[in-house]
Design a protein around this ligand. Structure first.
Ligand code: RUB
Length: 312
């Protein structure tokens, strides 16, 4: 949890891969690719839910695998890996910036925005709108058990945006005052469902009840190609000690604790997904996947299977 937020998780993993590439003393291209693939496998196992992580690693490994055909030395392919990692990190930075500009158009003067957890992409929309002169206020949920909402509240306050910190349980109480819900994403599935911080689906449900719009800020590397072939996004379950200490739990007797960190919001509860490529309705998720991964036909889908990152 020293690295958190799907975008940062992806950049950190790619930077780690770059360190392995830079430090490699491989004698030939095959040895280099084996070293990098071993590191990729370890990195992939670090976090299960944020799809940006495999997509970031895929971005680098795809370029390395392409270069492998022509490269004549380890030094040559090493440069390709180092540059690909730099390119991905730059891509994440510009994607968040573009999302800010595109999403800011959807915030109106006088709006009350509600956000959950701590998302760089969602924050980019709000801070950009504020810099453009829009006047609005934000309700930020605490986001138990790790209180990422406090980070959000702090960032908004620092930017000069009026912000009110509320209990997660108070979302429905305040929803009638809200104009727009704006949240980030850990993953978007092919059918436009959103995987994000646990509680997001309840926020969206409360918004749906009173016809409040739900906007998701998600870079295109948060879209999950695996879900095109029917795979599910795995939800990370974190340690029960995030919720209750071992001592207090012991005092409760035979009580079981579950701590899923993310949940799934169906596309029916989402109005728009703001990506760096433009705004799409949730059912347009497949278009982004096709554009980013270039997968169009069932044959290409099967071909894609051969590029699955856990099979590098
Ligand atoms: C963070 C979270 C964020 C998304 C998007 O959860 O759910 O909404 O990761 O963030 P955690 P970003 O704190 O448990 O990692 O827009 O920064 O990628």
């Amino acid at each position: 949890m020293r690295v958190r937020g799907a975008g940062s998780i992806a950049s950190s993993a790619v930077k780690a891969l770059q360190i392995v590439a830079r430090d490699s003393a491989a004698q030939d291209t095959e040895e280099f690719v084996t070293q990098l693939s071993d590191a990729a496998r370890i990195l992939l196992r670090t976090r299960p839910t944020a799809v940006s992580l495999p997509n970031g690693i895929r971005y680098v490994m795809h370029r390395v695998n392409q270069a492998r055909v022509k490269a004549t030395s380890a030094a040559e392919i090493k440069l390709v890996a180092i540059k690909a990692a730099d390119d991905f990190v730059e891509l994440t930075r510009t994607a968040v910036e573009h999302i800010g500009k595109i999403g800011a158009r959807r915030i109106r003067d006088g709006d009350v925005v509600l956000t959950h957890c701590n998302s760089k992409a969602a924050l980019s929309v709000m801070t950009t709108a504020w810099k453009e002169g829009k006047k609005f206020e934000v309700y930020a949920t605490e986001t138990r058990p790790r209180f990422q909402g406090r980070l959000t509240a702090h960032a908004l306050a620092r930017a000069g945006i009026p912000v009110t910190l509320i209990l997660d349980d108070a979302v429905r109480y305040f929803m009638q005052d809200v104009d727009t819900v704006l949240i980030g994403a850990d993953a978007i599935t092919a059918n436009g469902a959103l995987v994000n911080k646990v509680g997001t689906s309840m926020v969206a449900l409360a918004a749906h009840e009173v016809h409040v719009k739900v906007f998701v800020a998600a870079e295109s590397y948060k879209f999950s190609p695996e879900t095109m072939i029917g795979e599910l996004v795995e939800i990370e379950e974190r340690d029960p000690s995030e919720i209750i200490s071992g001592k207090e739990l012991g005092q409760l007797g035979r009580v079981h604790v579950r701590n899923p960190s993310f949940d799934l919001t169906p596309p029916e509860f989402i109005d728009l997904i703001i990506t760096e490529r433009g705004i799409i309705p949730p059912l347009g998720a497949m278009l982004i996947l096709q554009e980013v991964f270039g997968i169009l036909t069932p044959e290409e889908l099967r071909e894609y299977q051969t590029y699955r990152i856990d099979e590098i």
